[in-house]
Design a protein around this ligand. Structure first.
Ligand SMILES: [Zn+2]
Length: 388
């Protein structure tokens, strides 16, 4: 190993071992004081943080880092991050004034994150949720392949486990340095959300913070079953100047603000930051109590593989079947057998010559319920089954 490659290895190791959370030193506002972006009043950062970065003078919601947001939304000690080590690469070898890899390295060192989103699960007022929070400090919260992949994995996990998804958006749009690979993420996330919302009939809430623009607005930000926004947040697709030049028209002053969008029916609710956690927990509780809720199913192709845990769950289920579940299991099983062109008569013992068919059947059967198990219908309490 040459000295240069040894140095390079050390640098990589240092980056990998860098602490991922609680970086007071990586705060954008390095000093003790900062200025409100809206009214210009000078604010003491310590007090500002205690006030969840809401200006004391005018109530303007300043930008919050993803870690601060998670600390605020998730109950202490319950956050379980996902895919922390997934890092972006540079497929186009993109270079403008600065190489893309350089920009990435700077942003990673400055924020302590690998890319512009943090995903994971945790309790929100005791309710298990899957949460994704974008970080505007990392290259303007732009959505590259890593952001798309992490959000998709989060949604897919939530679908399998029957959790509600909350995505807090703060983004300048798709990441131009990754070209088409960024744009593909829009479709990928939307497809995962389709399974989550329309097939599994699970809840997805998007929270739009300032700014939410470009490809993020055009995909998952506006797909929420419920869309919340922070007061005066900038939400739009193209910039104001571009639209004015295209339309050759003067746009209203409050154009692309949360209030304007709410007035025109694009948002459901504007929630001040101090009430956000409460609003989310009350919404999910209300969703839990909804009397006419339809139970969904995950389509066969979108189900996860038969893992060891599922296999065990199935084994236990077969040993103690609840009547209705058992009937559904059998009907699905018959459906599958007809699809596979196997004789429809089911033997009393599960004896098949072809183990592949049995494996497929089990896979189909054990994934039928969307496992809304955290909603206990008898006691109406939340509980978590999947703590691995
Ligand atoms: Zn202010």
């Amino acid at each position: 190993m040459s000295i240069l490659s040894w140095i390079e290895n050390q640098r990589k190791l240092k980056l990998l071992n860098a602490p991922k959370y609680n970086h007071p030193e990586s705060d954008v506002s390095q000093g003790l004081w900062t200025r409100c972006d809206h009214c210009g009043v000078i604010l003491y950062i310590k007090h500002l943080k205690e006030n969840q970065r809401v200006c004391f003078g005018c109530g303007y919601h300043l930008q919050m880092s993803s870690t601060e947001r998670i600390d605020y939304l998730i109950d202490t000690g319950t956050w379980r991050p996902f895919d922390e080590t997934v890092s972006p690469c540079d497929p186009l070898e993109f270079k403008d004034q600065k190489a893309y890899t350089e920009r990435l390295k700077d942003a990673q060192e400055r924020t302590g994150l690998q890319d512009a989103v943090q995903t994971g699960t945790g309790f929100l007022d005791g309710i298990p949720v899957a949460l994704g929070v974008m970080d505007f400090n990392f290259m303007g919260g732009s959505m590259g392949s890593v952001v798309g992949e992490k959000i998709t994995r989060l949604i897919e996990y939530a679908t399998q486990e029957g959790l509600s998804v909350i995505l807090v958006c703060a983004s300048g749009g798709a990441r131009m340095q990754e070209g088409i690979l960024s744009l593909m993420q829009m479709a990928k996330i939307s497809a995962a959300l389709h399974v989550h919302q329309n097939c599994a009939k699970l809840l997805y809430i998007s929270v739009l913070t300032s700014p939410t623009t470009g490809g993020v607005t055009a995909s998952f930000a506006m797909l929420g079953d419920l869309i919340f926004a922070e007061p005066k947040a900038l939400i739009g697709f193209a910039g104001r100047r571009v639209i004015e030049q295209t339309l050759q028209e003067q746009l209203p002053d409050d154009f692309q603000t949360a209030e304007y969008l709410l007035h025109h029916g694009l948002l459901d609710l504007i929630v001040p930051r101090s009430f956000l956690k409460q609003a989310l927990s009350e919404t999910i509780t209300m969703y839990k109590e909804a009397p006419l809720k339809v139970h969904g199913r995950i389509p066969y192709g979108a189900r996860g593989a038969l893992t060891k845990i599922r296999e065990e769950q199935l084994r236990r289920f077969i040993k103690s079947p609840k009547n209705s579940e058992y009937i559904q299991l059998i009907s699905e099983f018959e459906e599958l057998l007809s699809l596979l062109n196997v004789d429809k008569t089911i033997p009393s013992e599960l004896e098949f010559s072809n183990p592949e068919i049995v494996k497929k059947a089990f896979d189909l059967a054990c994934g039928t319920q969307t496992r809304l198990d955290w909603l206990n219908y008898d006691s109406k309490e939340f509980r978590v089954r999947s703590v691995f």
